[in-house]
Design a protein around this ligand. Structure first.
Ligand code: DGT
Ligand code: CA
Ligand code: CA
Length: 582
């Protein structure tokens, strides 16, 4: 079996579903498998690699039993207990479980009604056959919406996952004595939110040696293609890798070509031709003399065209070529500019139906912030859901937590601690926590956590009404997309941006691996209105606070500069924005 993290996560989810279908496992076992699946899916390191290094115990949410089964999986290629548990359950049930909104109960019902494939399901919903069999029309409709999402699943990798893989592969490539230098390029260097395949370049005078070294890399199961100065391989995990090798004289041209994007390259080529230069991955030539012009570095390459180098993140043919030629490229924000963040979740014991509490304590978060040399750190737990407790109880609970944070503030010297909450924007646009409780906080993050598929008008109204609440400072993950899982909510973004600017509210750029939300294209749009942003990790465990760089890359892809990102400002300016007293 393929051992990619997503395949393992799916396997564990199937086991959890099998337990609940057969009613053999208790609720805790089912949850343990589901939690392990979540944790594996969000990990940026391959489980197989961790297992080989004897470090599976470092994965949060993986108990001893499941670790034992993974050991069996990697050793024998299968787990006999898992096969036993899944025995007698029709395969279609597991396929159905991949559709958003279908749980074990509905999957069993559909299987009982004779559905034997996803195509069959689609047909029977469209023809009305399923509803005739007494299946709820409403559920059928929502399954249809879910099916559309499943078929549009791109199967592209999440950026942080691809990044972690690429770093290791690059290290391997560089181990060849024939390699002078090597880079990862393509969508990964441009920091696109999802990655199709991984592209590498190597600088060498001995391409044959490099190719031999590359195809011998541990984990390669197939050499898909091999030429004089290129190779494509597939790894056991299912990953595709492209390698191009260039000579030192023209390595700059190769770096530039293979970074892309395709549209950037096409535009640049047309422009170069007007200057009598022909660009390709092999090098730059004079169209009249046919002579090769040396391009040892990328700097040299762009200099030939008399333009400044656009950062890889903005090479999408979105005006960067014109700006480079006019020497008017933006001075993009950088990870080292970030001085803190406000969206982290601790294990403070609030109850909340849609979010488990964070894994680590407030104290752990503070320590991590200090290790990142942050000058401030905000902790923003989810209070109980609306309706879970009475109004009075909610106020009391929030005030109780505020006291806990206040005492932590007193005992901490090395970083400023800010007391926040992430609350819900309810379907009618009101907030899940009364103003009386919000006024005890340093800041408030509000987000939509249910009904994301609502009508455009309704989503817009919900966002705007939160932006109009004087206590709200930040809108978290504004579009609510989940990469490979859920599309962005539909909203009148221009209107949202206008109100955010008018009311001095921040939009979040959420760095969580499957969010990267607000999206890069909307960041750029919002900047035209003068919207200010905060980049947050939404960390549910302290190691996720390291995802900041991926949020920064979204900001960069949206052409954001330091002036646009409030958590890159120094404390004085930042605290003035929030009118927080130090
Ligand atoms: P991906 O893999 O789908 O995430 O996206 P990329 O951008 O990594 O695309 P990929 O791997 O097909 O190609 C890597 C780079 O190679 C691409 O960004 C630009 C360059 N490239 C590929 N195909 C073409 C082409 O047909 N024309 C030009 N000018 N450049 C190309
Ligand atoms: Ca690629
Ligand atoms: Ca490629």
């Amino acid at each position: 079996m393929e051992t990619s993290n997503s395949k393992i996560a799916k396997l564990l989810r199937n086991v959890a579903a099998s337990y609940s279908i057969k009613k053999t496992g208790n609720i805790f076992q089912v949850r343990a498998y589901d939690n392990a699946a979540d944790s594996i899916e969000h990990s940026t390191v391959e489980m197989k690699d961790l297992w080989e290094e004897g470090r599976l115990n470092e994965v949060p949410g993986l108990g001893e039993t499941i670790r034992g089964y993974l050991d069996e999986l990697f050793t024998k290629g299968k787990v006999s207990h898992f096969e036993e548990v899944q025995k007698d359950i029709p395969k279609i049930i597991f396929d159905l479980l991949d559709i958003p909104g279908i749980g074990p109960k509905t999957a069993c019902k559909l299987s009982d009604l004779g559905i034997n494939s996803l195509d069959d399901l689609k047909k029977q919903i469209k023809s009305g056959e399923l509803v005739k069999k007494d299946f709820s029309a409403k559920i059928a409709q929502s399954i249809m919406a879910g099916l559309r999402q499943t078929t549009s699943k791109t199967g592209r990798m999440l950026l942080p996952y691809a990044f972690a893989q690429a770093e290791k592969i690059l290290e391997y490539i560089k181990r060849s004595p024939s390699v002078k230098d090597a880079h990862f390029l393509g969508s990964l260097r441009r920091m696109v939110a999802t990655i199709g395949d991984l592209d590498f370049s190597a600088c060498s005078k001995f391409p044959k040696d490099v190719i031999e070294h590359f195809i011998k890399m541990p984990g390669v199961v197939r050499v898909v293609d091999k030429g004089e100065s290129m190779a494509t391989v597939m790894l056991q995990s299912g990953l595709h890798l492209d390698l191009l090798i260039g000579s030192p004289e023209s390595y700059g041209a190769l770096l530039q070509h293979f970074t892309g994007s395709k549209n950037h390259n096409i535009h640049l080529r047309t422009y170069a031709l007007s200057k009598n230069l022909s660009l390709s991955e092999d090098g730059v030539k004079h169209t009249k003399t046919g002579k090769v012009v040396p391009t040892k570095t990328e700097e040299e390459f762009y200099k030939l065209l008399k333009m400044d180098i656009p950062a890889p993140e903005i090479r999408e043919d979105g005006g960067e070529i014109e700006a480079g030629l006019a020497h008017k490229l933006p001075n993009l924000v950088e990870t080292k500019d970030i001085k803190g963040e406000l969206h982290t979740h601790s294990n403070y014991p609030f109850l909340h139906p849609s979010h488990g509490p964070g894994v680590n304590s407030m104290n752990d978060i503070v320590k991590k912030a200090i290790s990142l040399r942050y000058s401030f750190i905000g902790i923003s737990d989810h209070p109980p859901g609306h309706g879970a407790v009475s109004r009075e109880k909610m106020i009391e609970e929030v005030k109780k937590r505020t006291k806990v944070v206040q005492s932590l503030k007193k005992s901490t010297k090395d970083v400023r601690i800010l007391n926040g909450l992430e609350i819900d924007i309810l379907p009618d646009g009101t907030l899940s926590v009364p103003d009386e409780a919000l006024s005890t906080l340093d800041y408030v993050i509000a987000g939509i956590h249910s009904g994301h598929r609502g009508e455009k008008d309704i989503i817009t109204k919900r966002l705007i009404s939160a932006l109009n609440n004087p206590h709200v400072d930040i809108i978290s993950h504004p579009t609510n997309r989940l990469l490979n899982e859920r599309e962005s909510s539909d909203a009148d973004w221009d209107e949202v941006f206008k109100v955010a600017v008018k009311n001095n509210k921040l939009l979040e750029i959420n760095a969580f691996p499957n969010r990267l939300d607000l999206r890069d294209d909307l960041v750029r749009e919002a900047l035209k209105y003068g919207v200010k942003f905060i980049i947050d990790t939404d960390a549910h465990q302290v190691s996720q606070m390291d995802n900041m760089r991926f949020g920064v890359s979204v900001a960069r892809r949206g052409w954001a500069e330091k002036k646009d990102i409030v958590n890159s400002w120094d404390w004085k300016k930042f605290s003035e924005w929030f009118t927080i007293k130090p």
